[in-house]
Design a protein. Sequence first.
Length: 362
Amino acid sequence: MMSKATPSVSSQVSGSNAGTTLTDRVVELVTSLATGAVPKLVPERSIASPVAYTYAEAARILGVAPGEEIATLDALEDRGVLAAEPVTTVPVCPFCRTYPLRVERACQECGSTAVHRTTMIHHYRCGNVSPEETYRHDADLVCPKCNHKLRHIGVDYERPSGVWLCDDCHQVSDAPELRYHSLTCDRRVPLDDVVDRQLSAYTLSPDGAHLVSEGTLRAAIERPDVSDSLTGLPGAAAIDRALQLEQTRAERYGTKFALVRFHLSNGPELGERFGEEAVSRVVKTLATIARENLRTIDAVGRSERYGFLAVLPETDSEGARVALSKLTESAQAYMHGLGRDEAHRAANVAGEIVEPTAPKAE
Ligand SMILES: [Zn+2]
Ligand SMILES: [Zn+2]
Ligand SMILES: [Zn+2]
Protein backbone atom coordinates (compact mmCIF):
# COMPACT_ATOMS: atom_id res chain seq x y z
CA MET A 1 0.00 0.00 0.00
CA MET A 2 1.10 3.52 -0.69
CA SER A 3 0.79 6.29 1.78
CA LYS A 4 1.10 9.99 1.90
CA ALA A 5 0.10 12.15 4.84
CA THR A 6 -1.60 15.20 3.44
CA PRO A 7 -2.63 17.78 6.01
CA SER A 8 -3.29 21.30 4.81
CA VAL A 9 -0.37 23.54 4.09
CA SER A 10 -0.87 25.64 7.16
CA SER A 11 -1.63 22.85 9.64
CA GLN A 12 2.04 22.06 10.07
CA VAL A 13 3.02 24.75 12.51
CA SER A 14 6.09 23.80 14.45
CA GLY A 15 9.54 25.14 14.97
CA SER A 16 9.94 28.86 15.01
CA ASN A 17 11.59 31.48 12.89
CA ALA A 18 11.18 34.63 14.90
CA GLY A 19 8.84 37.13 13.31
CA THR A 20 7.63 34.93 10.46
CA THR A 21 4.52 32.81 10.11
CA LEU A 22 4.57 29.37 8.56
CA THR A 23 2.87 30.83 5.50
CA ASP A 24 5.72 33.36 5.17
CA ARG A 25 8.18 30.50 5.22
CA VAL A 26 6.22 28.40 2.72
CA VAL A 27 6.12 31.40 0.39
CA GLU A 28 9.88 31.82 0.84
CA LEU A 29 10.45 28.14 0.03
CA VAL A 30 8.34 28.19 -3.13
CA THR A 31 9.90 31.50 -4.19
CA SER A 32 13.39 30.09 -3.79
CA LEU A 33 12.38 27.28 -6.16
CA ALA A 34 11.03 29.87 -8.60
CA THR A 35 14.20 31.96 -8.58
CA GLY A 36 16.41 28.89 -8.86
CA ALA A 37 18.11 29.61 -5.51
CA VAL A 38 17.00 26.08 -4.64
CA PRO A 39 16.72 24.25 -7.97
CA LYS A 40 15.12 21.07 -6.70
CA LEU A 41 14.17 19.48 -3.38
CA VAL A 42 15.75 16.06 -3.15
CA PRO A 43 15.36 13.63 -0.21
CA GLU A 44 18.58 13.03 1.71
CA ARG A 45 19.19 10.20 4.13
CA SER A 46 18.62 11.23 7.77
CA ILE A 47 18.49 9.08 10.87
CA ALA A 48 16.69 11.90 12.69
CA SER A 49 13.72 11.92 10.30
CA PRO A 50 10.79 9.56 11.06
CA VAL A 51 10.84 8.40 7.44
CA ALA A 52 14.65 8.15 7.17
CA TYR A 53 14.92 11.07 4.74
CA THR A 54 14.75 14.80 4.94
CA TYR A 55 14.67 17.68 2.48
CA ALA A 56 17.37 19.70 4.20
CA GLU A 57 16.82 22.98 2.35
CA ALA A 58 13.07 22.83 2.92
CA ALA A 59 13.47 21.99 6.62
CA ARG A 60 15.91 24.88 7.01
CA ILE A 61 13.67 27.44 5.28
CA LEU A 62 10.54 26.22 7.08
CA GLY A 63 12.40 26.11 10.39
CA VAL A 64 11.30 22.60 11.29
CA ALA A 65 13.00 19.40 12.45
CA PRO A 66 14.18 16.86 9.83
CA GLY A 67 11.17 15.11 8.30
CA GLU A 68 8.60 17.62 9.57
CA GLU A 69 8.86 19.52 6.28
CA ILE A 70 7.43 16.56 4.33
CA ALA A 71 3.79 17.21 5.27
CA THR A 72 4.12 20.74 3.91
CA LEU A 73 5.71 19.48 0.67
CA ASP A 74 2.92 16.90 0.27
CA ALA A 75 0.30 19.58 0.79
CA LEU A 76 2.00 21.83 -1.77
CA GLU A 77 1.99 18.92 -4.22
CA ASP A 78 -1.73 18.35 -3.51
CA ARG A 79 -2.38 21.99 -4.31
CA GLY A 80 -0.52 21.58 -7.59
CA VAL A 81 2.23 24.01 -6.56
CA LEU A 82 4.99 21.40 -6.64
CA ALA A 83 5.58 18.61 -9.13
CA ALA A 84 6.75 15.32 -7.66
CA GLU A 85 8.95 12.68 -9.17
CA PRO A 86 9.23 9.45 -7.12
CA VAL A 87 12.73 8.75 -5.80
CA THR A 88 12.44 6.03 -3.20
CA THR A 89 10.02 4.19 -0.98
CA VAL A 90 10.54 3.71 2.74
CA PRO A 91 8.60 0.99 4.59
CA VAL A 92 7.25 2.46 7.83
CA CYS A 93 5.27 1.12 10.78
CA PRO A 94 1.50 1.38 10.06
CA PHE A 95 0.89 2.58 13.63
CA CYS A 96 3.55 5.18 14.38
CA ARG A 97 4.62 5.76 10.76
CA THR A 98 8.33 5.74 11.53
CA TYR A 99 11.03 3.76 9.78
CA PRO A 100 12.96 2.03 12.59
CA LEU A 101 11.77 -1.53 12.11
CA ARG A 102 13.77 -4.51 13.23
CA VAL A 103 13.17 -7.84 11.51
CA GLU A 104 12.27 -10.26 14.25
CA ARG A 105 12.32 -14.06 14.05
CA ALA A 106 9.81 -15.91 16.16
CA CYS A 107 9.06 -19.55 16.95
CA GLN A 108 6.00 -20.69 14.99
CA GLU A 109 4.94 -22.75 17.98
CA CYS A 110 5.31 -20.54 21.06
CA GLY A 111 6.17 -17.11 19.62
CA SER A 112 9.48 -16.87 21.47
CA THR A 113 12.21 -14.89 19.73
CA ALA A 114 14.88 -17.10 21.34
CA VAL A 115 15.39 -19.15 18.18
CA HIS A 116 18.65 -20.06 16.50
CA ARG A 117 19.94 -21.85 13.43
CA THR A 118 21.22 -25.37 13.89
CA THR A 119 21.48 -28.61 11.92
CA MET A 120 19.76 -31.95 12.24
CA ILE A 121 21.94 -35.02 12.73
CA HIS A 122 20.94 -38.40 11.37
CA HIS A 123 22.60 -41.33 13.15
CA TYR A 124 22.75 -44.20 10.63
CA ARG A 125 23.17 -46.95 13.23
CA CYS A 126 19.82 -46.39 15.01
CA GLY A 127 18.11 -44.06 12.59
CA ASN A 128 17.75 -41.21 15.12
CA VAL A 129 17.24 -37.75 13.62
CA SER A 130 17.33 -34.77 15.98
CA PRO A 131 19.02 -31.37 16.37
CA GLU A 132 22.75 -31.21 16.96
CA GLU A 133 22.12 -29.87 20.49
CA THR A 134 20.64 -33.23 21.52
CA TYR A 135 23.95 -34.95 20.57
CA ARG A 136 26.31 -32.52 22.29
CA HIS A 137 28.35 -33.96 25.15
CA ASP A 138 31.19 -31.54 25.85
CA ALA A 139 33.37 -31.83 22.75
CA ASP A 140 31.76 -35.06 21.56
CA LEU A 141 28.63 -35.98 19.69
CA VAL A 142 26.73 -38.80 21.43
CA CYS A 143 23.47 -40.21 20.06
CA PRO A 144 20.61 -39.38 22.47
CA LYS A 145 18.78 -42.56 21.47
CA CYS A 146 21.43 -45.33 21.38
CA ASN A 147 24.21 -43.59 23.36
CA HIS A 148 26.87 -44.37 20.76
CA LYS A 149 29.55 -41.80 20.12
CA LEU A 150 29.50 -40.36 16.61
CA ARG A 151 32.84 -40.37 14.81
CA HIS A 152 32.84 -39.86 11.08
CA ILE A 153 30.44 -37.71 9.19
CA GLY A 154 29.34 -39.51 6.03
CA VAL A 155 30.29 -42.86 7.60
CA ASP A 156 28.19 -43.13 10.77
CA TYR A 157 26.13 -39.96 10.61
CA GLU A 158 25.03 -37.15 8.30
CA ARG A 159 23.69 -33.64 8.66
CA PRO A 160 20.71 -33.67 6.32
CA SER A 161 19.35 -30.17 6.86
CA GLY A 162 19.72 -26.77 8.43
CA VAL A 163 16.81 -25.99 10.75
CA TRP A 164 15.75 -23.53 13.44
CA LEU A 165 15.48 -24.56 17.06
CA CYS A 166 13.43 -22.75 19.69
CA ASP A 167 15.31 -22.40 22.97
CA ASP A 168 12.05 -22.08 24.89
CA CYS A 169 9.79 -24.86 23.59
CA HIS A 170 12.48 -26.83 21.65
CA GLN A 171 10.31 -26.90 18.56
CA VAL A 172 12.30 -27.55 15.36
CA SER A 173 11.17 -25.75 12.21
CA ASP A 174 12.41 -25.08 8.71
CA ALA A 175 12.01 -21.36 9.16
CA PRO A 176 10.89 -19.11 12.01
CA GLU A 177 8.11 -16.62 11.45
CA LEU A 178 9.38 -13.26 10.26
CA ARG A 179 7.77 -10.03 11.40
CA TYR A 180 8.79 -6.46 12.15
CA HIS A 181 9.24 -5.02 15.57
CA SER A 182 8.65 -1.27 15.55
CA LEU A 183 11.42 0.21 17.67
CA THR A 184 9.46 3.44 18.06
CA CYS A 185 6.07 2.17 19.26
CA ASP A 186 7.10 -1.37 20.31
CA ARG A 187 4.33 -3.02 18.26
CA ARG A 188 4.78 -6.25 16.29
CA VAL A 189 3.85 -5.83 12.63
CA PRO A 190 3.32 -8.61 10.05
CA LEU A 191 5.71 -8.15 7.09
CA ASP A 192 2.89 -7.39 4.68
CA ASP A 193 1.35 -4.73 6.91
CA VAL A 194 4.13 -2.17 6.71
CA VAL A 195 3.19 1.00 4.90
CA ASP A 196 5.25 2.14 1.95
CA ARG A 197 6.01 5.80 2.32
CA GLN A 198 6.83 7.11 -1.11
CA LEU A 199 9.36 9.93 -1.27
CA SER A 200 9.75 12.20 -4.25
CA ALA A 201 11.98 14.91 -5.58
CA TYR A 202 10.07 18.16 -5.90
CA THR A 203 10.30 20.94 -8.44
CA LEU A 204 8.08 23.93 -9.01
CA SER A 205 5.13 22.97 -11.22
CA PRO A 206 3.97 25.19 -14.12
CA ASP A 207 0.94 26.11 -11.98
CA GLY A 208 3.22 26.95 -9.07
CA ALA A 209 5.41 29.11 -11.31
CA HIS A 210 2.25 30.87 -12.48
CA LEU A 211 1.11 31.55 -8.90
CA VAL A 212 4.52 33.06 -8.08
CA SER A 213 4.69 35.23 -11.19
CA GLU A 214 1.17 36.60 -10.80
CA GLY A 215 1.66 37.15 -7.08
CA THR A 216 -1.22 34.91 -5.92
CA LEU A 217 0.84 32.24 -4.20
CA ARG A 218 0.08 33.44 -0.68
CA ALA A 219 -3.66 33.55 -1.35
CA ALA A 220 -3.55 30.05 -2.82
CA ILE A 221 -1.79 28.73 0.27
CA GLU A 222 -4.09 30.49 2.72
CA ARG A 223 -7.30 29.52 0.92
CA PRO A 224 -9.32 27.16 3.13
CA ASP A 225 -9.31 23.55 2.09
CA VAL A 226 -12.12 22.96 -0.36
CA SER A 227 -11.15 19.46 -1.27
CA ASP A 228 -10.25 16.49 0.85
CA SER A 229 -6.97 14.98 -0.30
CA LEU A 230 -7.72 11.44 0.87
CA THR A 231 -11.04 10.92 -0.87
CA GLY A 232 -10.99 13.64 -3.52
CA LEU A 233 -14.40 14.74 -2.25
CA PRO A 234 -15.24 18.31 -1.28
CA GLY A 235 -14.31 19.21 2.29
CA ALA A 236 -16.46 20.54 5.11
CA ALA A 237 -16.40 24.14 3.80
CA ALA A 238 -17.89 23.12 0.43
CA ILE A 239 -20.65 21.12 2.11
CA ASP A 240 -21.45 24.12 4.29
CA ARG A 241 -21.91 26.22 1.16
CA ALA A 242 -24.14 23.59 -0.51
CA LEU A 243 -26.22 23.42 2.65
CA GLN A 244 -26.61 27.19 2.86
CA LEU A 245 -27.70 27.27 -0.78
CA GLU A 246 -30.39 24.64 -0.16
CA GLN A 247 -31.57 26.43 2.98
CA THR A 248 -31.94 29.67 1.04
CA ARG A 249 -33.85 27.89 -1.75
CA ALA A 250 -36.09 26.21 0.79
CA GLU A 251 -36.94 29.53 2.44
CA ARG A 252 -37.51 31.35 -0.78
CA TYR A 253 -39.21 28.70 -2.90
CA GLY A 254 -40.40 26.15 -0.39
CA THR A 255 -38.20 23.41 -1.89
CA LYS A 256 -37.38 20.33 0.13
CA PHE A 257 -33.92 19.02 0.90
CA ALA A 258 -32.34 16.63 3.35
CA LEU A 259 -29.02 16.49 5.12
CA VAL A 260 -27.63 13.05 5.94
CA ARG A 261 -24.53 11.90 7.70
CA PHE A 262 -22.89 8.51 7.28
CA HIS A 263 -19.72 7.31 8.90
CA LEU A 264 -17.62 4.43 10.19
CA SER A 265 -19.26 4.01 13.56
CA ASN A 266 -16.29 2.01 14.87
CA GLY A 267 -13.60 4.19 13.24
CA PRO A 268 -11.48 4.82 16.37
CA GLU A 269 -11.57 1.14 17.27
CA LEU A 270 -10.51 0.15 13.73
CA GLY A 271 -7.65 2.63 13.99
CA GLU A 272 -6.45 1.03 17.19
CA ARG A 273 -6.69 -2.49 15.75
CA PHE A 274 -5.42 -2.04 12.20
CA GLY A 275 -3.63 1.31 12.14
CA GLU A 276 -4.77 4.66 10.79
CA GLU A 277 -3.43 3.81 7.36
CA ALA A 278 -5.79 0.86 7.00
CA VAL A 279 -8.72 2.94 8.23
CA SER A 280 -7.89 5.63 5.68
CA ARG A 281 -8.34 3.02 2.96
CA VAL A 282 -11.74 2.08 4.41
CA VAL A 283 -12.75 5.75 4.50
CA LYS A 284 -11.67 6.03 0.86
CA THR A 285 -13.78 2.99 -0.06
CA LEU A 286 -16.76 4.52 1.71
CA ALA A 287 -16.29 7.72 -0.32
CA THR A 288 -16.26 5.75 -3.59
CA ILE A 289 -19.42 3.86 -2.66
CA ALA A 290 -21.13 7.10 -1.65
CA ARG A 291 -20.29 8.70 -4.97
CA GLU A 292 -21.71 5.69 -6.81
CA ASN A 293 -24.89 5.52 -4.76
CA LEU A 294 -25.88 9.15 -4.58
CA ARG A 295 -27.33 11.20 -7.43
CA THR A 296 -25.22 13.70 -9.32
CA ILE A 297 -27.25 16.55 -7.83
CA ASP A 298 -26.41 15.44 -4.30
CA ALA A 299 -23.43 17.17 -2.69
CA VAL A 300 -21.33 14.81 -0.64
CA GLY A 301 -18.23 15.79 1.27
CA ARG A 302 -15.95 14.60 3.98
CA SER A 303 -16.94 16.32 7.21
CA GLU A 304 -14.96 14.42 9.81
CA ARG A 305 -12.17 11.88 10.20
CA TYR A 306 -14.46 8.88 9.68
CA GLY A 307 -17.52 10.38 8.13
CA PHE A 308 -19.32 12.32 5.48
CA LEU A 309 -22.21 14.68 5.09
CA ALA A 310 -24.44 14.75 2.03
CA VAL A 311 -26.92 17.43 1.04
CA LEU A 312 -29.77 15.86 -0.95
CA PRO A 313 -31.80 18.46 -2.87
CA GLU A 314 -35.48 17.79 -3.64
CA THR A 315 -35.63 15.01 -1.10
CA ASP A 316 -38.09 14.60 1.76
CA SER A 317 -37.33 12.66 4.93
CA GLU A 318 -38.73 9.42 3.50
CA GLY A 319 -36.54 9.80 0.41
CA ALA A 320 -33.55 10.51 2.63
CA ARG A 321 -34.21 7.39 4.68
CA VAL A 322 -34.33 5.27 1.50
CA ALA A 323 -31.16 6.82 0.08
CA LEU A 324 -29.35 6.39 3.38
CA SER A 325 -30.27 2.73 3.86
CA LYS A 326 -29.37 1.92 0.26
CA LEU A 327 -26.01 3.61 0.79
CA THR A 328 -25.17 2.01 4.14
CA GLU A 329 -26.33 -1.42 3.00
CA SER A 330 -24.29 -1.43 -0.19
CA ALA A 331 -21.26 -0.07 1.67
CA GLN A 332 -21.57 -2.77 4.31
CA ALA A 333 -22.07 -5.52 1.68
CA TYR A 334 -19.09 -4.35 -0.33
CA MET A 335 -16.75 -4.06 2.65
CA HIS A 336 -17.73 -7.40 4.11
CA GLY A 337 -17.39 -9.11 0.73
CA LEU A 338 -14.90 -11.82 -0.08
CA GLY A 339 -11.30 -10.78 -0.55
CA ARG A 340 -11.47 -7.52 1.44
CA ASP A 341 -8.83 -6.91 4.04
CA GLU A 342 -9.51 -7.28 7.76
CA ALA A 343 -10.07 -3.58 8.37
CA HIS A 344 -12.77 -3.49 5.66
CA ARG A 345 -14.44 -6.63 6.98
CA ALA A 346 -14.53 -5.24 10.52
CA ALA A 347 -15.93 -1.87 9.45
CA ASN A 348 -19.39 -0.78 10.55
CA VAL A 349 -21.16 1.84 8.48
CA ALA A 350 -23.95 3.83 10.10
CA GLY A 351 -26.09 6.61 8.75
CA GLU A 352 -28.55 9.15 10.09
CA ILE A 353 -30.68 12.03 8.96
CA VAL A 354 -29.39 15.29 10.37
CA GLU A 355 -31.66 18.17 11.26
CA PRO A 356 -29.99 21.17 9.60
CA THR A 357 -29.42 24.09 11.93
CA ALA A 358 -31.07 27.38 11.03
CA PRO A 359 -29.30 29.23 8.24
CA LYS A 360 -26.76 31.78 9.36
CA ALA A 361 -27.97 35.36 9.23
CA GLU A 362 -26.19 37.27 6.47
ZN1 LIG B 1 5.35 1.69 15.27
ZN1 LIG C 1 21.93 -43.69 17.64
ZN1 LIG D 1 9.00 -22.09 20.80
